[in-house]
Design a protein around this ligand. Sequence first.
Ligand SMILES: Cc1cc2nc3c(=O)[nH]c(=O)nc-3n(C[C@H](O)[C@H](O)[C@H](O)COP(=O)(O)O)c2cc1C
Length: 357
Amino acid sequence: MATRRLICLEEYEEEARSILDRNTWGYYSPGAIAEYTLRDNLQAFNRYSIFPRVLVDVSLIDMSVRLLGDTIDMPIGISPTAMQCLAHPDGEKATARAAARMGTCLTLSSWSTTSIEEVAEHNGSHSLRWFQLYVYKDNNLTIDLVRRAEREGFKALVVTVDTPESGTRFPEKRNKFYLPPHLKLANFSDRDSTSLLISWGISLLFWDGIDWLRSITRLPIVLKGILRADDAREAMKHDIQGILVSNHGARQLDTVPAAIDALSGIVEAVKGSNIEVYLDSGIRHGTDVFKALALGARCVFIGRPVLWGLAVNGEEGVCEVLSILREEFRQAMVLSGTPNISSITKDLVMHRSHAKL
Ligand SMILES: Cc1cc2nc3c(=O)[nH]c(=O)nc-3n(C[C@H](O)[C@H](O)[C@H](O)COP(=O)(O)O)c2cc1C
């Protein structure tokens, strides 16, 4: 059967929806409650216009970028999404191989259905990988995960700080979401993973939890899920190296701002420090990447689009999704007169509310 060539991320979403079962789609797709923020994550990008510069030499485009000292080929990385074997039997292994092939950063969820060790093997020795962590009430559980990530060459810990408990998503509730018996949370013992799933019990994490984490590891720490400038200023007191501005793909608290609308406040708050700022939540187009970079993000990350690529075509599908975004972003650079990342400056985007009529 000849397969239709999919040309944009929306088509991947549509195709994935038709492939995945109700239990999986009901877990992957929703936002919290009325999904106001889920819609706003996409719409907010349209409230910014790109204000292109002309007659610039754009014959050579360089989109490489440094993340915490490591260079990747494009400023579009992979956010952690749990349980990828629901999307495709190769799950996290396929994503790890795709990230390596595309020369970008993989962030592995600690709730993966493939172990840290196996993912590292498939990601390879030259690729940049980060490990996402919840800080658990049981210190030993956290320490064990950190040591394994260190041993397997993960270069940063991405600590998710917006999830003291899981948000409410109606389809998950309606379907009584379950992990099918042939899959398991591969980084935990059966006993630990059962209790995680039953209670969705995550962390009791306060700022001193970050200091504790700092005391047990030398890996850079990225805080994922900060939206407020005062939280960013507080973060600066805790020896962290990065902030991933994110509303968790609108899955936690409904009606919070779109990540792109929170970005400038955070960038401003950490100005003058060495903290790197990234963004996820709602990136679907190359122009979204461009706008986030113009507003001060060093790199963006994608969550659901990777799951769509996986569902449609495993490793190839993830590569295709990343290639589409890369190509759209490259074209945005060409057509706006910005041959490299540092030329993507704030004056190239304009919020519509500031446009003169
Ligand atoms: C199905 C699913 C599972 C996720 N699992 C995790 C997780 O285990 N840890 C985490 O920090 N974030 C998790 N996230 C949030 C993503 O890392 C990311 O913030 C979000 O998906 C970005 O928005 P986007 O999907 O619009 O790109 C998950 C998101 C989805 C959709």
